[in-house]
Ligand binder design. Structure first.
Ligand code: SAH
Length: 474
């Protein structure tokens, strides 16, 4: 019988599984545990799922703390969904990520692996993001202690910060965030204080009303800073006063834009940001390549490690100047542009038309003349006529979203049979699934995980596949 409300007591945590869940073994079962526990902790677990071979639950009490634990550095740790692995020393985070990649490739992919190179850790473990989106809300998340300690006091319910995991309408008011360098906290806190002092309304997500909605801040290694303030409707007087105050307080901002979003959803893709100050975009550099990033452009969020990721990709591609290289899921064309000096020709494909427009502009800015970009779904574009027209690839670079490649694309790649495939992935589970299919024709030659997101469980992994030398049958 599967009883409800089962609590397992004093269970030693032994490791990590996918998606940042911790792992224990009990009574021949694998238990997946949520709730910020660390291998070496001894915990009580309330089960939410209890199956024959496995169970899932949340740690409700920690009896013994692991000696592997580190002291979290952020005051918002535990509530904020951002940097959930702060209680693990960085070296251990890297070890677990490396292990995850190996596990996935072996268990899901059932692949024979070459010796894996050790994961490339991030040079910066804080202040590594170039983009953050803060949310305004009139429903600040309050902890149980805050409510208890302030009985009878009316607490400030306007917040500017991040959504609290699993609570769609609650926003955690963030004081100091370590994900971006200063002056980003100054920007955020300046806007919040001004808004509170002047009675500007923070968005009410349930009632769909209120003026201030979101604020996206980009800070580049070039020193350029862009702020995009998203408001529900135009109010010229209030908007100009707020933006003027922000610019005066933080003169380091190089461009200030605003977007009016009267819609129910938060996406600004179908909206037109307007420039209040500066050129309306920022420029970021990877090696000597310069990329233009507008308010709607996609760009790798960790510039330092983005560069490392592309260097690994370029090395795996092993280009000599004569190759036709396909860059699938190319986004704004950054990988293709990055490897273009070593290739004869780059063919980039991406679903979002605006990203392709950016890719073309970025190629032109960097004086890259051998790159060609096409907008559309990879499975529609990559047909026989397309390959005939643009040339059979010598190297295919593929960098799909978390869901991995569509099975039809994998079949097409098997049919096209390029000598090399470089598979860049932000989800080693779907990567392993795709590699298992590609195993019919390809051997895994190299595996290189790269850590783009310190203090989170997210993993980026690059794999080099080489075509097998198949015996010709007579
Ligand atoms: N290689 C890029 C971006 C990779 S993110 C970089 O390094 O910056 C994955 C990209 O795949 C996204 O830009 C997304 O828009 C695109 N995408 C998702 N599904 C797609 C599909 N079916 N066909 C083409 N592109 C797709």
């Amino acid at each position: 019988m599967r009883k409800k409300n089962v609590v397992l007591e004093k269970i030693p945590v032994s490791g990590y599984a996918a998606e940042g869940k911790a792992l224990a073994r009990h009574d021949g079962k694998v238990i997946f545990i949520e709730g910020g526990v660390v291998p070496g902790d001894v915990v009580d677990i309330r089960l939410s799922k209890n199956k024959k071979d496995w169970a899932e639950g949340r740690a409700i009490h920690i009896h013994t703390y692991s000696d592997k634990r580190a002291e979290p550095f952020c005051e918002h740790f535990g509530t904020c969904g951002g940097c959930k692995w702060q209680m693990l020393p960085y070296s251990l985070q890297l070890e677990y990520k490396q292990q995850q990649v190996a596990d996935h490739l072996q268990r899901i992919g059932k692949l024979a692996l070459p010796a894996m190179d050790p994961i490339k850790g991030s040079r910066h473990t804080i202040h590594y993001r170039n983009k953050l989106e803060f949310t305004f809300s009139n429903r600040a998340y309050l902890t149980a202690e805050e409510i208890k300690d302030n009985e009878g006091v009316v607490l400030e319910r306007n917040a500017l910060g991040f959504h609290v995991p699993k609570l769609f309408d609650k926003v955690l008011d963030i004081n100091t965030c370590y994900l971006q360098e200063e002056p980003v906290n100054l920007i955020k806190n300046t806007v919040r204080e001004y808004a509170l002092a002047h009675g500007l309304s923070f968005y009410d997500i349930r009632a769909q009303e209120g003026w201030l909605r979101n604020m996206v801040v980009r800070i580049c290694t070039t020193g350029e800073i862009m702020v995009n303030l998203v408001i529900h409707h135009e109010n010229k007087k209030n908007r100009e006063a707020l933006l003027q105050h922000l610019l005066k307080t933080v003169p380091a901002i190089t461009t200030l834009v605003y977007t009016i979003n009267p819609k129910k959803n938060d996406t600004i893709f179908d909206l037109e940001p307007k420039v209040y100050y500066g050129k309306g975009y920022v420029e970021e550099k990877l090696e000597d390549f310069v990329f233009k990033i507008g308010p709607k452009s996609f760009f790798q969020t960790n510039t330092y490690q983005g560069e490392v990721l592309y260097q690994v990709t370029r090395e795996f591609a092993g280009l000599t100047g004569t190759e036709i290289v396909y860059d699938l899921y190319c986004g704004t064309g950054s990988i293709g542009i990055f490897v273009s000096p070593q290739a004869k020709k780059i063919v980039g494909i991406e679903l979002i038309r605006e990203a392709i427009d950016d890719a073309k502009e970025n190629a032109a800015r960097n004086n890259v003349q051998n790159a060609h970009f096409f907008a559309g779904d990879v499975i529609d574009i990559c047909d026989d006529a397309f390959f005939e027209q643009h040339g059979q690839p010598d190297v295919v670079i593929t960098d799909p979203p978390r869901a991995g490649m569509h099975e039809k694309l994998v079949s097409k790649l098997l049919q096209i049979a390029a000598p090399k495939i470089v598979y860049v992935s932000c989800n080693p589970a779907t990567q392993a699934r795709d590699l298992a299919l590609l195993d019919a024709l390809y051997t895994v030659e190299k595996v290189q995980p790269v850590d783009m997101f310190p203090h989170t469980h997210h993993i980026e992994n690059v794999v080099l596949l080489k075509k097998k030398l198949l015996a010709v049958s007579h």
